[in-house]
Design a protein around this ligand. Structure first.
Ligand SMILES: CC(C)(COP(=O)(O)OP(=O)(O)OC[C@H]1O[C@@H](n2cnc3c(N)ncnc32)[C@H](O)[C@@H]1OP(=O)(O)O)[C@@H](O)C(=O)NCCC(=O)NCCS
Length: 335
């Protein structure tokens, strides 16, 4: 018996506060014109108060479970939770365990993965492997990051780019012939690890070492190197994925790249000769929400009618590590 994957449903939550480019001009030497022309971003969502990447993740998970009930998947059926949470507020407990407690998924095993902005597709691939192996049947993946908490708000080259959000998806085992996850490829290049960093302050034992206090706990980025990495690395792997899955690019209904920069989205679509009408972008309103960008873009575009179901969708993500990940999936009418 072949076990295939079924994408049951997905949903998202974004931070409530809207910070526009003009708002940022009050604290930074920047302009709406600079940010818009270089990135396509007009505004972003930023958490405050008690909100964290975990609370956003919990809300996205609860909304997803509510939708899943209509497809006969309930919280008690969830046997694995994977959180793609690369910059959680606390090192442990894991975000997935905190989500488990909040939603009451008692029997689920939980762990987090760290693949930065590529995390959602890394989690999908991990879920697919568990399902195909026969180990688990119903898996909740939650991509959540509140990157703005780790942003140096005096660094104009980084802080204008990011926003906070979470996306969740339930993937189940099916004996149907149709496999909703048609193919995925993952990329990692640790040699380029210094292109995007977020360092945390660990301390050596004071009996053995002098205390040091030199780490800035903020995202630092070599923007031009990131840009070049993406343009060199991602297109050939997207072409390889089309080839290995025997998919003609003309049969892709929608292309949803990671929402990092409109220029990168356009350049990737151009390289693949995908028509602009098939390219999904909401970066204008959210900025770069790390691993949550793709699930937010999928759900929002289904709900506002930009994506018509059923659909064959190509996803592409990239981020710190450096990591990259591409996927071709099918979304059915009920998703
Ligand atoms: C970040 C990015 C938009 C910067 O664009 P760029 O064209 O490379 O710009 P540069 O870094 O060369 O900066 C050009 C100038 O603009 C200035 N600048 C940087 N940020 C600015 C801002 N927010 N407002 C105004 N000026 C800014 C720089 O200081 C520099 O000034 P200088 O020439 O006087 O030194 C671009 O490199 C990029 O998008 N890279 C990919 C980053 C990314 O997506 N990362 C996440 C991946 S998951």
């Amino acid at each position: 018996m072949t076990i295939n994957t079924k994408i049951i449903t997905l949903d998202f939550e974004v931070a409530k506060n809207v910070i526009t480019n003009n708002d940022l001009t009050k604290i930074l030497d920047t302009s709406d014109e600079w940010i818009t022309t270089r990135t396509g971003i007009k505004e972003r969502r930023v958490i405050d108060g008690d909100d964290t990447s975990t609370t956003l993740g919990i809300k996205a998970a609860k909304k997803t479970l509510k939708r899943a009930e209509k497809r006969n998947v309930k919280v008690d059926d969830i046997d694995l939770i994977i959180a793609a949470a690369s910059a959680p507020e606390d090192v442990y407990p894991s975000v997935s365990c905190l989500i488990q407690a909040a939603i009451g998924a008692k029997k689920a095993a939980c762990f987090d993965i760290k693949a930065a902005c590529s995390g959602f597709i890394y989690a999908m691939e991990t879920a697919r492997a568990f399902i195909k192996s026969g180990l688990y049947k119903n898996i909740l993946i939650v991509a959540t990051d509140a990157t703005t908490k780790f942003t140096d708000w005096t660094d104009r080259s980084v802080c204008v780019l990011f926003g906070d959000g979470a996306g969740a998806m339930i993937i189940s085992a099916t004996e149907n012939e149709q496999d909703d996850i048609i193919g995925i490829n993952l990329i990692s290049d640790g040699d380029c690890g210094d292109y995007i960093t977020l360092k945390t302050q660990g301390k050596n034992c004071p009996l053995l070492n002098e205390m040091t206090d030199h780490v800035k706990p903020f995202i630092e980025m070599k923007g031009k190197d990131v840009y070049k990495f993406v343009m060199h690395t991602i297109p050939p792997k997207l072409e390889e994925l089309l080839e290995t899955t025997k998919t003609d690019v003309k049969d892709i209904d929608y292309f949803i790249p990671h929402q990092s920069n409109q220029r990168m989205i356009d350049a990737l679509a151009d390289r693949l000769t995908i028509d602009n009408s098939k390219v999904i972008s909401n970066i204008e309103y959210y900025g770069n929400m790390s691993a949550a960008s793709i699930p937010v873009a999928i759900r929002e575009s289904i709900d506002n009618g930009k994506i018509k179901l059923p659909a064959k969708v190509m996803l592409s993500a990239f981020g710190a590590g450096m990591t990259g990940a591409n996927a071709i999936i099918t979304l059915d009418k009920e998703v």
